[in-house]
Design a protein around this ligand. Structure first.
Ligand code: GLN
Length: 192
């Protein structure tokens, strides 16, 4: 199994390290031809405007859309914004997921936080059990979801922070910044 991480900007190395720890082969994606033999792709957190503009410049927007129509794609934080259909702002998006996302919904950098999330689909594995440690850095919120979208996790106040639409995943937070590998394992299982 070979997984790509979009390596234009942001926290792609951290995703790569976790995937490799789980035994996957990983490729950094910067050009359309890097997508050819991949089984799935992660779009990391970072700055969604930068990721979008660079993807546009490198001719990646359409190839990424085609890829996401057929194969598993997971967007974390800025990556979740990039996957959304609607964010109420003008910036390059893939528009693959039927979700409405609000950028910087929790405030500025200083308002970043950690939360322990209940994510029932993860269960327990690799020695990890119970709540999932989630890091929110100038995070987006998933304000609305379409019919085919399953909510995987909410904050205790009910705000949505993780969703799945078939083979597409979006999380507001950064699962690559803690030692808990369960979300990456869940993604690898989705690919299988
Ligand atoms: N605030 C960033 C954006 O809007 C996302 C932050 C992140 O990925 N941690 O693109």
């Amino acid at each position: 199994m070979k997984i790509g991480v979009l390596a234009l900007q942001g926290a792609f190395i951290e995703h790569q390290k976790i995937l490799e720890k789980l035994g996957a082969k990983v490729a950094q994606v910067r050009l359309p031809e890097h997508l050819i033999d991949l089984d799935g792709l992660i779009i990391p957190g970072g700055e969604s405007t930068t990721i979008g503009k660079m993807a546009e410049e490198y001719g990646l927007l359409e190839p990424l859309q085609q890829f996401g129509k057929q194969k598993p794609l997971w967007g974390t934080c800025a990556g979740a914004i990039f996957l959304a259909k609607n964010i109420g702002l003008h910036q390059p998006l893939l528009g693959l997921m039927d979700i409405t996302v609000e950028r910087n919904a929790f405030g500025r950098q200083i308002d970043s936080f950690e939360a322990e999330l209940s994510i029932p689909c993860l269960g327990s594995s690799n020695g990890y059990t119970g709540l999932f440690p989630a890091v929110f850095i100038r995070a987006p919120l998933i304000n609305d979801v379409g019919e085919g979208v399953e909510v995987l996790s909410k904050l205790t106040d009910g705000r949505i922070v993780a969703v799945r639409q078939g083979h597409l995943l979006a999380t507001s937070f950064h699962p690559e910044l803690t030692g808990d590998t369960r979300f990456h394992k869940y993604f690898l299982e989705l690919i299988k």
